[in-house]
Design a protein around this ligand. Sequence first.
Ligand SMILES: NC(=O)C1=CN([C@@H]2O[C@H](COP(=O)(O)OP(=O)(O)OC[C@H]3O[C@@H](n4cnc5c(N)ncnc54)[C@H](OP(=O)(O)O)[C@@H]3O)[C@@H](O)[C@H]2O)C=CC1
Ligand SMILES: O=C(O)/C=C\C(=O)CC(=O)O
Length: 353
Amino acid sequence: MKNFVYNGQPSRVVFGAGSLQYLGREIEALGANKALVLSTPEQRASAEMIADLLGSRAAGVFDRAVMHVPIETAREAREIARKLGADCAVAIGGGSTTGLGKAIALDSGLPILAIPTTYAGSEMTPIYGITEAGIKKTGKDARVLPRTVIYDPELSLSLPVGMSITSGINAIAHAAEGLYAVDGNPIMDLMAKEGMAALGRALPAIKKVANDMTARSDALYGAWLCGTVLGNVGMALHHKLCHTLGGSFNLPHAETHTIVLPHALAYNAAAAPEAMLAIAGALNAKSAAQAVFGLAKDNGAPVALRDIGMKESDLDKACDIAMQNQYPNPRPLERAAIRQLLQDAFEGARPGS
Ligand SMILES: NC(=O)C1=CN([C@@H]2O[C@H](COP(=O)(O)OP(=O)(O)OC[C@H]3O[C@@H](n4cnc5c(N)ncnc54)[C@H](OP(=O)(O)O)[C@@H]3O)[C@@H](O)[C@H]2O)C=CC1
Ligand SMILES: O=C(O)/C=C\C(=O)CC(=O)O
């Protein structure tokens, strides 16, 4: 018998190869006249292309997005948006750029139109993160949920293959934890399974042929579904570990998710058997943890924290931080087992089933 609460999130999605052509129509539908276009420094050419498409509706380009949204950058972008009279922001890029858009929206209520080029999923969530004095604070606010998202797989063709694999597994992590979320519901379960299956098909195909448009489309479709799960239900141990490792040890976001997920799933396996069956089924395998580990290793992604900058001498500290302010998790957090999990992830050991 089912018992659940389901909250729909009000966002509009325009999906498909070439859908960037609808940008003008979508800005108009927002009732906006002047868009500040956001990007990282490296993706400035894409931001300028967007500004050209917008023509007189472009207020300007702000190309200083960086990972984890430093408060100083957020303040600068807010001030520029205000000075230029922008009444919306267009964020083209990954979670870092979407995050900057969210920081502007949090302060001003400006509507955000997001054009994601990674699979991180931030565009589908009301979650924001801002880093001040080296500490990243996250929160939830309906104002930061992008009002419109244009998913155009053609724009993800330039995402390097390695980043595509790790970013895709970052998306899978949202779906996997959504399946054992305390506040899960059947709609999110459907989205989680469909999203993981799409990414499970797409990532090996992208590894083989980087510009396989069917695979790029499947991956972005999967990212949308998995991001929606992240935006609707609570995350657990895996996300807590990744926030600890990213926030306190400055490890790269998608790679950290890729390495930790198999171990977090192995830790939770006995406590969430139905979720594990669903994850394994979606990835066409017998074991959820092994399936994710294989997806990473077989497609050339890192599987060991030591290979992405973690120091072994910091594992005890990471474990201590992970034990604080715990996220709800199907299996209670046991310090010795979490420390072992971190050791296994550090070494890139094959996870238990
Ligand atoms: N609030 C939320 O709900 C969520 C927030 N996040 C946050 O988002 C951040 C991570 O997002 P993620 O997308 O992984 O990271 P980034 O946005 O930093 O992008 C990751 C990498 O992808 C590259 N890239 C992006 N688009 C392109 C492109 N079109 N062509 C070539 N390279 C490209 C970037 O290159 P370059 O730097 O050169 O542009 C960067 O190296 C973290 O801060 C995380 O906390 C993530 C998920 C959900
Ligand atoms: O840290 C944030 O900005 C908010 C959420 C996430 O990063 C989700 C994730 O870990 O992928």
